[in-house]
Design a binder for this molecule. Structure first.
Ligand SMILES: [Mg+2]
Length: 261
């Protein structure tokens, strides 16, 4: 009893933006950290709430930044959503608003994409929302389709300023239908639980690294993981105490974790 003791860490889950990369540039130490995981053959996954890209796209983008992550080691909210829906209704049907990251994941999970009486309306991140598509989604939900969204983020970052994200579009659909979506991505701990299943890891021996208290750290705690907060993203050291929960560890950056692998 008493002080928190460090557990043996066999497996690592890490957030992507703010931990490994920032606006397309590698964060110092990120490439070495991933290289150490691969050298020691540690099971690991890189997680992102962004559902625009496929794992293959993201692997290519990370490689461009100098970080060598195999596509199999990337877990997006789109993949988590497709996995969740497959467990709920195998080989079901969905009307999907989203990009290749989501439509590919749904197809590969055995789903039929249709506008005709689908089991689900699934909303993901896109940069080309159409009034027509949103109208269709609203009518299908009104007619009884279940409403799912990949991630609750209301804005995403860009060099020019914030962009409206999935949660903001979901709010519009909610206002028109009176139905709120079930969000699969962080801070739903299901994002981490499905990641653990994917690499056949156990929560007691898995650590997660993130840059946000209100998504990464809280979801990590709820999934039973040892949590590392890095200060290279959206959280400043003084912000940590403004939350009623705390991470297991606070470190400056992922560079501090290379020797812990
Ligand atoms: Mg992040």
């Amino acid at each position: 009893m008493g002080a928190m003791t460090s557990r043996t860490i066999e497996c690592w889950l890490t957030d992507m933006d703010g931990v490994l990369v920032h606006e397309g540039e590698a964060i110092p130490g990120a490439a070495d950290f991933i290289a150490a995981l691969r050298e020691h053959e540690r099971p690991f996954l890189v997680l992102t709430n962004n559902s625009i890209y496929t794992a293959r796209d993201l692997a290519a983008r990370l490689a461009h930044s100098g970080i060598d992550v195999p596509e199999e080691a990337i877990w997006t909210s789109a993949l988590a959503t497709a996995t969740f829906l497959t467990e709920q209704v195998p080989n079901g049907s969905a009307y999907v608003i989203g990009e290749a990251g989501l439509t590919t994941a749904m197809h590969e999970a055995g789903y039929t994409l249709t506008e005709s009486s689908p089991d689900y309306v699934v909303l993901g991140e896109t940069r080309t929302y159409s009034f027509e598509a949103i109208t269709k989604a609203i009518r299908l939900i009104k007619a009884g389709a279940r409403f799912i969204a990949t991630n609750p983020d209301t804005t995403g970052p860009s060099a020019e300023g914030p962009l409206p994200a999935t949660g903001a579009v979901a709010a519009m659909i909610t206002a028109a239908t009176g139905r709120s979506p079930y969000y699969v991505g962080k801070p739903n701990p299901m994002m981490f639980r499905s990641a653990l299943n994917r690499v056949e890891a156990h929560s007691e021996t898995t650590a997660m690294i993130g840059d946000r208290m209100d998504t990464d750290v809280v979801a990590g705690i709820e999934a039973g993981l040892e949590t590392f907060l890095v200060l290279t993203g959206s959280t400043a050291p003084e912000d940590v105490d403004h939350h009623p929960f705390r991470p297991t560890h606070v470190v400056d950056s992922v560079a501090d974790l290379v020797d812990r692998v």
